[in-house]
Design a protein around this ligand. Structure first.
Ligand code: ADP
Ligand code: MG
Length: 348
């Protein structure tokens, strides 16, 4: 017959497969920062400094005082699918206590940038410097360096010009970096986390463990002083505990981005949680003004699906109305106690 020819199906070459996969892990400088910060936190660091140049498009440097790696470990770390965090699927099913476990970040970052790692294990006496360029290891040599790890990523996407072209302005890329580092700094007040942009300090937390002092470092005195403590354990329902800080109804901004919510200590973007916080303020917020919030919600692991998208930080709750109600109630009772809302104030 004269049917149209069927399209030819061919196998993608390795380089193409790798570049496509890389695009899903590393979208922009902020995703590099997120992966490196998570690695430093997983490495038990108590101080982490993040420094970026030109919004991160020219360079990202993350330094930590964590466990470090010996020469053999750092060479393994940049290979494909290598991790020290799980051994097999059973470990994953049993639940992982680390932020990472996929074993793909360092490998992927090395494939799309010029990557340098200097690292020395705690208590070890030799450091190692390893360099990767566009996926090829170009040097592994002894290096004098302090205990811990410094990862430097330069010229992100230099070898994938089409991707590089999609990077936005310095200001936009830096905004994304700042948002990521801010969320980790708020979620880990016991770790001193600092951020520098083009050699200027943006913020530095003290790492003494208090959420209020982390908020002071990140958002400044006016915001920190207006924050009201929330600490609520519902008698029933899907939530175990809700705690954190929310701002006075007059300390607001014009976007919702300062409503930060964490589920089981992970930052999540959950519209339902933000709405629940706003509902608590009733009519006390001016039109188009949004408060600050840093709220930690504890939910039993089986009542929430955090893997809706591994990198998009979305969550899905089994009982979303129950979660919303509990969060609104927690924030409402904190505001009521301070006399900042009236008990019957409707929203609107
Ligand atoms: P994952 O974090 O999923 O294990 P990565 O590619 O991010 O995968 O890292 C690979 C491995 O390299 C980690 O499992 C860890 O053993 C090691 N590693 C990475 N970053 C650090 C760091 N900052 N300090 C110590 N070890 C690290
Ligand atoms: Mg990792």
């Amino acid at each position: 017959g004269d049917e149209p020819p069927s399209p030819t199906i061919h196998e993608l070459d390795d380089r193409t497969v790798r570049q496509i996969a890389a695009g899903e892990v590393v979208e922009r400088p902020a995703s590099v920062v997120k992966e490196l910060l998570e690695n430093s936190l997983d490495a038990d660091a108590s101080r982490i400094s993040v420094a970026v140049d030109t919004g991160g498009t020219e360079g990202v440097r993350v330094r930590d005082d964590g466990v470090g790696m010996d020469r053999e470990a750092v060479q393994r770390a940049v290979e494909e699918h290598t991790t020290s965090k799980i051994a097999d699927i059973d470990d994953l099913e049993a639940g992982v206590g680390t932020l990472g476990f996929r074993g793909e970040a360092l490998h992927t970052i090395g494939a799309v940038s010029r990557l340098t790692i200097r690292t020395k294990p705690r208590g070890g006496d030799t450091g190692t410097e390893l360099r990767v360029e566009g996926g090829e290891v170009t040097a592994v040599e002894p290096a004098g360096c302090p205990e811990g790890t410094v990862v430097a990523v330069e010229d992100l996407f230099y070898n994938t010009p089409a991707r590089r072209k999609f990077l936005k302005t310095t200001a936009t890329e830096f905004d994304h970096v700042n948002t990521v580092v801010t969320h980790y700094a708020l979620a880990n007040p016991d770790v001193a986390i600092s951020l520098e942009h083009d050699d200027r300090e943006v913020f530095a937390t003290e790492g003494r463990g208090s959420l209020r002092s982390a908020v002071l470092s990140v958002y400044g005195r006016e915001v920190a002083e207006s924050m009201i403590a929330v600490d609520h354990e519902p008698d029933a329902g899907p939530i175990g505990r809700i705690e954190g800080l929310v701002s006075h109804p007059e300390t607001t901004r014009s976007t919702r981005e300062y409503l930060s919510t964490f589920v089981n200590d992970r930052y999540v973007t959950a519209g339902a949680l933000r709405e629940a916080v706003l509902d608590a303020y009733g009519g006390q917020l001016a039109t188009d003004r949004y408060p600050f919030a840093v709220l930690f919600v504890e939910v039993p692991a089986d009542a929430v699906d955090v893997n809706v998208h591994p990198r998009k930080m979305e969550v899905r709750f089994d009982d979303e109305p129950g979660v919303r109600e509990a969060v609104t109630e927690a924030v409402r009772s904190a505001l009521l106690e301070e006399g900042l809302i009236r008990s019957t104030a409707p929203r609107g």
